[in-house]
Design a protein. Structure first.
Length: 332
């Protein structure tokens, strides 16, 4: 069997595909795998491709997540972490005979949010897994998992593409990307940078109906000005009055995180490879407006805000929370 065909359409990641397809063809796929990569890097696509390769007859159904024997597990509604209750439910189902496939596959999304208690509970079943049961853990950063969990599952890292490769791929595969790159090259360049090397993230930003990269860059610049002025009331007004849609908030905070990272590079004497600013002089000038400790506090804050946004929250409530968090960060 040529399992590699089930990974068609996944750009790059040649070594990962070779490893997985060979393991499946030879019948020695590990019972647990950790897929590490930034949001939009294709982790879910790889996980479902693995499942499809294990059960070719049901490949289409599996890739549409319509098989009862391939399930995705995330944090319970309203919670930021995956608690032990989710893992206990998963473990009870792992010992039930598959309904239509010869295997059962449990995909744990955002596995880095597993609580320590949940990871320890998961470890027990990883040590003695039922026959023909597989566990695929998807996460941004595998180091967030306990060493004992990582020791039971190989960590496979998704490819991160440089800006040129990502640009070429989008332009060759999407007429919308080609037109944007020709008519609005600055906005296209910002879209590429904000994707952080992930094709899925770039495609999501390209396909967003509510997002204008250029306008959101202007909003980000405005927010940076407010942070410099340290006017907490104006920061709150900025978020409340802008009427941001959820995808716009996601890109705004990512833009902010990229800008802060660039300024921190300037503070530490390494202004190359900027992700937000087009010119190092601009990053240097703005970084001079912040103390190093404030930038570090803001960067940590931006990361926390992005994590908070992954939870299904009301956009208006999120705006108030984000404004409060940023206002607290600039006081440090």
């Amino acid at each position: 069997m040529n399992s590699a065909r089930f990974f068609d359409g996944l750009f790059g990641n040649e070594q990962l595909i070779t490893y997985l397809s060979s393991a499946i063809d030879e019948g020695n796929l590990p019972h647990a795998l950790i897929l590490e990569g930034v949001s939009g890097s294709g982790k879910t696509t790889v996980a479902l491709s693995v499942c499809a390769a294990l059960e070719p007859e049901y490949a289409d159904k599996i890739k549409r997540l319509q098989s009862p024997d391939v399930t995705v597990h995330t944090a319970e509604e309203g919670k930021k972490t995956i608690g032990i209750a989710v893992i206990r439910d998963l473990k009870s189902k792992a010992f039930i005979k598959p309904q239509e496939l010869s295997v059962r596959v449990f995909i744990i999304d955002e596995a880095s949010t597993l609580t320590t208690e949940a990871q320890n509970a998961l470890l027990k079943i990883l040590e003695e897994p039922p026959k023909n049961v597989y566990f695929l853990l998807l996460c941004d950063n595998a180091s967030a998992l306990l060493p004992t969990v990582r020791s039971r599952a190989p960590v496979l890292r998704m490819s991160v593409f440089d800006d040129d490769s990502l640009s070429q791929y989008l332009i060759s595969s999407s007429p919308k990307a080609r037109i944007m790159s020709e008519k609005n090259p600055d906005a296209f360049r910002m879209l590429i940078r904000s994707a952080e090397g992930a094709i899925g993230a770039a495609e999501a930003r390209l396909g967003s109906k509510n997002t204008s990269a250029e306008k959101l860059r202007e909003k980000t610049d405005r927010l940076l000005d407010l942070l410099i002025a340290a006017k907490t009331a104006d920061i709150l007004l900025f978020f409340i009055s802008s009427g941001f849609a959820r995808d716009e908030l996601d890109i705004l905070i990512l833009n902010l995180e990229c800008a802060i990272r660039d300024m921190l590079k300037c503070k530490y004497g390494a202004p190359k490879s900027l992700t937000y600013f087009f010119k190092s002089d601009d990053a240097e000038a703005l970084s001079a407006e912040f103390a190093k400790s404030t930038l570090i506090s803001l960067f940590d804050c931006a990361e926390k805000i992005r994590t908070y946004l992954t939870v299904n929250v009301n956009a208006s409530n999120f705006c108030v929370r984000a404004a409060d968090m940023l206002s607290d960060a600039i006081k440090h």
